[in-house]
Design a protein around this ligand. Structure first.
Ligand code: KG4
Ligand code: ZN
Length: 347
């Protein structure tokens, strides 16, 4: 089954073609980072308009690269939530209408299910069950995954998401949007031990997270170090390194706890922050210490992309699921409300 995937939930237009026999045939991501950079964050209306501009040419590019035409498609998958409602509507309208015109089924996909299944696009994918650490700009969740659509929430952030914390700390330091990659790069030249950042909520039981205290700590250190409102480069790098180490350690402590609590020693990392090299290294060591293994997609499939949506949609279409003719999106949508997919659910 050949499925076209459309991702337009936020500030990346992701288009991909996935074949259940041949794997990922082609994919393209157009990032709107430059468009939103001058505002320091995503401007929803600009995001929607840019998705409209970019989606069609990207679909054309993907089809051309795969040497196929729209008539060769067997289904269309689009992100139907969670995300920015206007941005989601672009992909949903386009995907639903295209499927109607081609007389093939369409399916609305949960964006976080897409992220969670992205490691399945790599060689040597994990077998079920596994623990998933979902770390993006909007979510920080630990999920037990017993199969596709069989998700139990083990813990989540009570305030800022990990990516959001990276972005806010970076903004305080005057780094460009999105802050995660920029802060991480700066941290490479910093001393992570100079400032004793807290490891929030690790001294009590449970698998929930809280990152807003790290933001306050960052602000305090910036005020302490700044001279006439200006931070020296080394101070900036040391704060970045201390901040990153605190987020990474906190995530690792909770992942270890989740693996010990469930007895499951396969861990996957998904979502934009999963592109962070320090986090990957730390979680690899954490899983190996428990005689387990860690799995993650290549960096370009960690951040938003169409491939993960095409893959998740294919699994659901193959199981006979499809969305009706209405163009509907769900800006807030708990992943635990998804239906299990039988047949492919036990790896
Ligand atoms: O999954 P994603 O692309 O979009 C959402 O669904 O939110 O995640 C974006 C988030 C942003 O907050 C960005 O700063 C963060 O992922 N991010 C990183 C890195 N690359 C992206 N955070 C830390 N280190 C990175 N290398
Ligand atoms: Zn995402």
């Amino acid at each position: 089954m050949r499925v076209l995937g459309l991702e337009t939930s936020c500030d990346e237009t992701g288009i991909a073609l996935y074949d259940s026999d041949g794997g990922l045939l082609a994919h393209r991501v157009y990032s709107q980072i430059a468009l939103h950079a001058e505002y320091g964050g995503v401007v929803p209306e600009l995001a929607s308009r840019d998705h409209i501009r970019k989606a069609r040419p990207l679909i054309q590019e993907v089809m051309t690269e795969a040497g196929l035409t729209l008539k060769d498609l067997d289904g269309i998958a689009y992100t139907s939530g969670p995300g920015l409602v206007g941005a989601l509507l672009v992909g949903a309208c386009m995907g639903r209408s295209l499927a109607w015109g081609l007389d093939i089924p369409a399916i609305g996909v949960h964006h976080m299910e897409g992220h969670l299944l992205a490691p399945m696009l790599e060689d040597n994918p994990p077998a079920f069950p596994f623990i998933a650490l979902l770390v993006s700009g909007g979510h920080t969740q630990l999920v037990q995954v017993d199969g596709i659509g069989r998700y139990s929430l083990l813990g989540e952030s009570l305030d800022d998401a990990a990516g959001e914390a990276f972005d806010k700390a970076a903004k305080m330091m005057g780094l460009p949007y999105p802050g995660g990659p920029a802060l991480s790069k700066l941290a490479d030249s910093g001393d992570a031990t100079r400032f004793k950042f807290p490891r929030p909520m690790t001294d009590r039981p449970g698998l929930d997270f809280s990152f807003s205290g790290l933001k306050t700590f960052t602000r305090t250190k910036i005020l302490e170090c700044a001279v006439d409102g200006v931070l020296a480069e080394q101070d900036k790098a040391d704060i970045a390194a201390g901040f990153q180490a605190a987020v990474v350690d906190t995530l690792a402590i909770k992942c270890k706890r989740a693996m010990q609590q469930t007895g499951i020693n396969r861990l996957i990392i998904a979502g934009g922050v999963g592109a962070n090299r320090n986090l990957r290294d730390k979680l690899r060591a954490t899983a190996e210490a428990l005689k387990g293994a860690v799995y993650y997609p290549r960096p370009e499939l960690c951040t938003d992309n169409g491939a993960m949506i095409a893959y998740a949609g294919t699994q659901r279409l193959l199981a006979g699921e499809q969305s009706d003719l209405a163009v509907s999106v769900v800006p807030r949508w708990p992943m635990t409300s998804l239906q299990p997919v039988d047949g492919v659910s036990h790896g």
